[in-house]
Design a protein. Structure first.
Length: 182
C-alpha cells in the first residue's frame, strides 16, 4: 500500500527584533536624541525612558554598537514603517545582474554562430553577464584544443567591448567562459 503524503503548511518566518525598545535596552547609559532630532546627551537608561514616557513615545535603540548606545525618542510603529520604506527603496535601487548563457559546439554552423553572436551582443548591451559554454560529445572530448579554438573564434567576432571575468575552464561536458560588459 502506498503512503500518502500530506501537504503541511510551511513554518512562518520568525520575526526578528532588529531594534530594541523601552525595557529591552540593556545598556546602563545611553546617548539620547530627542523628538526633534536634537542631541540631549549621555544619561542613564532609566532617565531616558522616563523622558520618552513623559512624551507618550518609545525609546528606541538605533545604534547598539556605539559606546554608549544611541537611542531616539520616537513612536515605534512609525519608526518601523520608515525602516521598511528605506529597505524597499534600497532594494529597488539595486541593479540585478543576470547571467545569460550561450551554448556552442565544435560543429555549430556559421549562420547559427552569427545568430548566437547577436544574442551575446544584445545581452552585453543590456549589462548582463554572458556565460559561453561549448559542449563536447563523444570523441570531441579528446580534442580540447579545437574547443578552445572555437571559443576564441567566437569571442573574436564580438563587436561589443567586453572583459573576461572567469577564464576558459573545463567542466564535465566541455568548456565555459564568463564575460561581462566593460
Amino acid at each position: 500500500m502506498r503512503r500518502r503524503r500530506h501537504n503541511r503548511p510551511k513554518p512562518k518566518p520568525q520575526v526578528v527584533i532588529r531594534f530594541r525598545s523601552n525595557e529591552q535596552i540593556l545598556a546602563p547609559t545611553v546617548f539620547l536624541i530627542g523628538v526633534d532630532g536634537e542631541p540631549l546627551g549621555e544619561m542613564p537608561t532609566a532617565d531616558a525612558l522616563a523622558k520618552a514616557r513623559a512624551d507618550d513615545l518609545d525609546l528606541i535603540e538605533v545604534s547598539p554598537q556605539a559606546t554608549p548606545p544611541v537611542c531616539k525618542i520616537l513612536e515605534y510603529g512609525k519608526f518601523q514603517y520608515q525602516q521598511t520604506k528605506k529597505e524597499q527603496a534600497s532594494k529597488s535601487n539595486q541593479k540585478k545582474v543576470d547571467i545569460k548563457g550561450i551554448r556552442l559546439s565544435i560543429r555549430t554552423d556559421v549562420h547559427d554562430l552569427n545568430f548566437k553572436k547577436e544574442q551575446a551582443e544584445k545581452f552585453l548591451t543590456k549589462g548582463h553577464k554572458v556565460k559561453i559554454e561549448i559542449l563536447l560529445r563523444g570523441r570531441e572530448k579528446a580534442m580540447p584544443e579545437r574547443a578552445r579554438a572555437a571559443v576564441d573564434a567566437f569571442l573574436a567576432t564580438l563587436t561589443i567591448p567586453y572583459r573576461v571575468e572567469e577564464e576558459l575552464k573545463r567542466f564535465q561536458r566541455g568548456f565555459n567562459i564568463l564575460i561581462v560588459p566593460e
